[in-house]
Design a protein around this ligand. Sequence first.
Ligand SMILES: Nc1ncnc2c1ncn2[C@@H]1O[C@H](COP(=O)(O)OP(=O)(O)O)[C@@H](O)[C@H]1O
Ligand SMILES: [Mg+2]
Length: 225
Amino acid sequence: MSEFILEARSVQRSFESGEKHIEVLRGVDFQLKSGQSASIQGESGSGKSTLLNLLAGLDLPDGGDVLWEGQSIAGRSGDALSILRGSQIGMVFQSYYLVPELRALDNVMLGGRISGRIEKLEKRSVELLERVGLGDRMKSLPSTLSGGERQRVAIARAMISNPRILLADEPTGNLDETTGDSIMNMLQLMCREDSVALVLVTHNTTYASRMDDSWLLKQGILELS
Ligand SMILES: Nc1ncnc2c1ncn2[C@@H]1O[C@H](COP(=O)(O)OP(=O)(O)O)[C@@H](O)[C@H]1O
Ligand SMILES: [Mg+2]
């Protein structure tokens, strides 16, 4: 068993955009221990979301590898990868990505659709919504919730499958300062309580400094700062 829950080794990723070839990640190394937290900062366009998608196995590197609990994700088939991802990784995004037609409770349950019995799934979804302070909004559609409340639903959804790793891409980016603070506190508390390793992409230096490790992505290279 690897000492790291999440690892990137010499990860490279480039894109073709029109005539242009953009090398976004030029050999990124990253390590995170079980239950620990890390922030990733960097200018807009520096490749933070690209890196997070690779760490989540939503995208595959052109070179190098990503490892979850020491298991390489390179060379796995799409199905095998998505099953593994479902049990190991939770994700939270800046713009929530809730399904507009579904109530809060169903959005949370959807995140755990591969994890077994529906009654169990519903019970756990209710518990998670109560934990994020939305016990009285379970039947609400996303359009009737505030930004902060939507992000709480998204956090509950990310936690539904008991992930070992939570990846958050600017989770407070669309929220005012007070709401952002409460979302950040909740995210950190839930990860601590459940021993979930947290990777936080943020522009907020205060939030970044609250993580165990702080990384900076610059010119395609990730460095501890
Ligand atoms: N699918 C894609 N196709 C082409 N270019 C992309 C794609 N995804 C990201 N990029 C480019 O990669 C760079 C990094 O983007 P991104 O990872 O979103 O940065 P950040 O999250 O740090 O703002 C940008 O120049 C962006 O335009
Ligand atoms: Mg981004």
